[in-house]
Design a protein around this ligand. Structure first.
Ligand code: ADP
Length: 378
């Protein structure tokens, strides 16, 4: 982990900006390693106080974007701004950032409190200020009782909390988190995600860039999500909106399970925001933000938005053949064949189901379904 904060008189400015938060802007930023472009020009704005999750498959350029903000890689093109300051040519330690990485990177020979004080000591902060900040940071992450321990006397989750306390102690303008939970086992990871959410409620002005390949962490934590694919920004938007109305197939499938059905445009109601499409022999209404004129498109519906009983007057209905049923405790997954496409339905309390091979109707609200471009015909 590296933790940086402006030294000397600048510290006051960093603290002041922490109160109001600092935005982060990528303006046409591209990165190349030894002449190979791994991040194509990226333009993206992270608002002050926002948690932005950068997600995408391994190798898509998430860490590279984060390292460019931190100042560990130099962009080939473009500018990076933190607040109103152009930091593109600034060394890392002047940027007022802190970064936490996957493997904690605590100093094994130092006690917890010494680890947390490290960045402040490096800046030459007065001893009383350091003591206050260390206490404050440890309290924020719920580790006050562990100040005298060594890292080896802590669990993985506790070590990562100390790493976060060390980052917070320097009062960064922006916190960069690079897969901070991926070394932890699933149960602790879930608990830590909730703790990070709580942490941000305690520090609502802190801007956070959170790199993860785990979409559930992003959905739980982030105000906005940016999806990277092959070094290109594939989608960006408020978390719930992106989940509900993904702009393309990759985004739809990366954010969670999605049923994607081939459809043909019947009536592109460009003004109403809804369009009527044909799926097999059925005619259904769905939210449409696609450019008009595309005849072939895809209908996207999340499994939990499909119901076995019709609800409401404007409900859409599809008919399929029941193929399989998987009971998973709280949820039951049904697999149907609809217009030659496998469709998954997730319900909490299924009625008595007919045998496999039977025809079944499934229903959904137009506002729970969205139309996306058909990549094959794009
Ligand atoms: P992600 O964080 O999404 O997994 P990265 O940003 O780490 O992806 O990597 C993006 C691409 O850049 C990958 O193809 C990776 O192999 C390459 N890459 C990353 N770091 C270096 C480096 N120091 N030198 C050369 N190539 C690198």
């Amino acid at each position: 982990m590296a933790a940086y904060a402006p030294a000397g008189t600048q510290r006051t400015a960093a603290e002041a900006s922490r109160q109001v938060g600092s935005s982060v802007s990528f303006e046409g930023v591209s990165v190349a390693y030894r002449g190979v472009v791994v991040m194509k020009p990226l333009t993206l704005n992270v608002e002050a106080g926002e948690i932005l999750a950068l997600i995408g498959p391994s190798g898509s350029g998430k860490t590279t974007a984060l390292r460019a903000v931190a100042g560990f890689v130099r962009p080939a093109t473009g500018r990076i701004r933190i607040g109103n300051t152009d930091v593109t040519d600034m060394p890392p330690y002047e940027r007022g950032l802190a970064m936490v990485v996957q493997n904690y990177a605590l100093f094994p020979h130092m006690r917890v409190e010494q680890n947390v004080a490290f960045g402040l000591n490096a800046q030459g902060a007065p001893r009383s200020l350091t003591a206050d900040r260390v206490e404050d940071a440890l309290r924020t992450v719920g580790m006050s009782n562990y100040a005298k321990r060594y890292p080896r006397e802590l669990s993985g989750g506790q070590q990562q909390r100390v790493a976060i306390a060390r980052a917070l102690a320097v009062r960064p303008r922006v916190l960069l988190l690079d897969e901070p939970l991926s070394a932890l086992d699933a149960q602790i990871r879930r608990a830590m995600v909730e703790e990070l959410a709580k942490l941000h409620r305690t520090l609502p002005h802190l801007t956070v860039l959170y790199v993860t390949h785990d979409q559930s962490e992003a959905l739980t934590l982030a105000d906005k999500i940016a999806i990277m694919k092959d070094g290109v920004l594939n989608a960006h938007g408020p978390t719930a909106e992106l989940y509900r109305r993904p702009p393309n197939r990759f985004a739809a499938e990366f954010l969670g399970r999605a049923n994607i059905l081939p459809a043909t445009m019947d009536d592109n109601g460009a003004t109403s925001g809804f369009a009527r499409v044909r799926v097999g022999s059925a005619s259904v209404l769905a939210a449409a933000s696609m450019p008009s004129g595309a005849e072939a498109c895809l209908l996207c519906i999340r499994p939990q938005h499909l119901a076995l009983q019709p609800e409401g007057s404007d409900v859409n209905t599809l008919t399929g053949t029941l193929k399989d049923v998987h009971w998973q405790g709280e949820l039951t997954h049904l697999v149907l064949d609809v217009a030659d496409t496998q469709v998954r339905v997730v319900v909490t309390r299924p009625p008595v189901l007919p045998p496999a091979g039977s025809a079944m109707q499934i229903h959904f609200s137009p506002s729970d379904a969205s139309l996306i471009p058909d990549d094959a015909h794009a």
